[in-house]
Design a protein around this ligand. Structure first.
Ligand code: ATP
Ligand code: MG
Ligand code: MG
Ligand code: MG
Length: 484
């Protein structure tokens, strides 16, 4: 049969060990530096080495080539989870790193070898595509002349796509950054009839899936000049930082339709269907996906020592958990249920992350307690909504503002409000709801210094600008409206 996720994880580390890399254990999900709350990329623990610190790793040795599988949490992606089919909130990033050792040539040729060689991933080379930074002739030349990728299968983008962190020159954060070259996999016409050339315009495709980002950090981004001119100083040497999503490569290698049918998530999805009695199909299937994915991330985050709380990391944890709870509720689950999925998560993740196995009981009881709290809040909301609706009566309209308060205070998704309102013959002013939502979002964003919320929106500083209690995230709402 096809390689399992565990086998791919191991093969990746083995491949790069054979190329002279030191295998290091992952860093905790608690970020190693204060630019973010959680670890968002495999490179993050190595910022000191990129900046010129010695490549010495106490207890493991010394090597300017390193390979890891890094657990990452991307809060800004949460709105995409269940919707794009390529975003997890928790992801495992397979990475190889060079601190002033090898550079672009080795990076791209090894990536190609790992992906296409039958001994490793054995992907069809005809299905692979690449992007390069618009000014990076060197990477373009390696792809075309040395690897033999036809030029028409390469797209050139600016710093918004092919610089990491995205738009770093303009928007930060400060620190190591550089141009990148990304590898995409064509999942075929079953996923869409768009072409690679279309991708240059759309930048969004179910068919062409980004699997691997090869970053060439050679700059240290510093504070811009007073007139706003970006400052990119040279780092002491040129580095390599790559990241490939394990969930994505496993899905591709297994020929699975999406994450949720790969070997890690399929059993979780099946269990959610079983517990709820709702088959995994149709529009409601987004709820199965959200529950399965979020229970995994919440478990991993708690195992790393984070507790539910009204601010900081604990509030992010709560936001993920409540999104999962809302979707469980939408599936008709009225009793705490999510915690019963923890053993299955441990079964799938516990070998690679022994801390999860060690903390299983604590994880499970923390989730259970949070579920109970949330269900109580929801019930308070149901009573309040019931009062409002019987006051309005048949043919009435619930004010958008009230629907928003139900979301904001009681965690009600708009669709749940609509569903209940329908039972009373009441409609909901959705435009008014959208307006209240937008006002709240603007308020929240005013507290964030980062333009691209995707990676850095989860920073302490950004969160400080947000309401402290019962905050469950505004960004996700519109996205959720699309799918539910
Ligand atoms: P996307 O454009 O799909 O959001 P990205 O460009 O934000 O991905 P990078 O920051 O380049 O992702 O991260 C490196 C790799 O990690 C990606 O190529 C992808 O394989 C994987 N990855 C990134 N974000 C996610 C996610 N939310 N879920 C699963 N895998 C991810
Ligand atoms: Mg991308
Ligand atoms: Mg990318
Ligand atoms: Mg992204």
């Amino acid at each position: 049969g096809p390689l399992t996720t565990a086998e791919i994880r191991e093969k990746f580390l083995h491949f790069f060990a054979l190329k002279g890399h030191l295998r290091l254990p992952p860093h905790s999900l608690i970020a190693p530096d204060p630019t973010t709350l959680f670890t968002v990329a495999g490179m993050q623990p190595f910022k000191p080495q990129f900046m010129g610190a010695p490549a010495r790793f106490p207890g493991h040795g010394e090597n300017r080539r390193v390979t890891t599988v890094q657990k990452c949490l991307r809060v800004g992606d949460i709105e995409n989870v269940g919707r794009t089919l390529r975003h997890c909130s928790l992801l495992e990033m397979l990475g190889n790193f060079s601190f002033g050792d090898y550079f672009k040539r080795e990076t791209l040729t090894w990536a190609w070898e790992f992906l296409t060689s039958p001994e490793w991933m054995g992907l069809d080379p005809e299905r692979l595509y690449a992007t390069v930074y618009e000014e990076d002739e060197e990477a373009f030349g390696i792809w075309t002349r040395e690897i033999g990728l036809p030029p028409e299968r390469i797209l050139r983008f600016g710093a918004d796509e092919n610089f990491w962190p995205a738009d770093a020159p303009k928007e930060g954060p400060n620190g190591p950054c550089g141009p990148c070259s990304e590898i995409f996999y064509d999942r075929g016409p079953d996923y869409g009839l768009d072409t690679w050339a279309d991708y240059a315009q759309t930048r969004e495709s179910a068919r062409f899936l980004e699997i691997w980002n090869c970053v060439f950090p050679q700059y240290d981004r510093q504070d811009p000049l007073p007139d706003g001119t970006p400052v990119l100083a040279d780092l002491p040497f040129k580095n390599i930082d790559t990241g490939m999503g394990l969930e994505r490569i496993a899905t591709v290698v297994q020929g699975a339709y999406d994450f949720y049918s790969n070997d890690v998530f399929a059993p979780l999805i099946a269990r959610v269907a079983e517990l709820s009695g709702k088959p995994y199909e149709g529009p409601q299937s987004v709820s199965h996906r959200v529950v399965a994915e979020h229970v995994r991330s919440v478990s991993m985050v708690i195992a790393d020592g984070v507790a539910f709380s009204p601010n900081g990391r604990g509030s992010v944890l709560r936001k993920i958990m409540r999104r999962a709870s809302r979707h469980a509720y939408l599936l008709g689950l009225r009793e705490p249920t999510l915690h019963t999925l923890v053993p299955l998560v441990v079964e799938k993740m516990g070998d690679a992350y022994p801390e999860l196995r060690a903390e299983q009981e604590r994880v499970q009881s923390a989730i259970r307690a949070e579920e109970e709290r949330f269900l109580k809040t929801l019930e308070g909301g149901i009573q309040r909504l019931g009062g409002l609706l019987s006051g309005l009566g048949q043919g009435g309209t619930l004010r958008g503002e009230d629907a928003f308060v139900l979301y904001d205070t009681y965690g009600f998704p708009l669709d749940l409000t609509k569903e209940i309102a329908e039972e009373y013959g009441v409609s909901v002013d959705e435009a008014g709801y959208a307006e209240s939502l937008e006002n709240a979002q603007n308020l929240a964003r005013a507290g964030s210094k980062y333009g691209k919320s995707e990676l850095f929106g989860g920073s302490q500083e950004a969160l400080d600008g947000l309401p402290a209690t019962e905050f469950v995230g505004y960004d996700e709402l519109q996205a959720e409206g699309e799918v539910l």
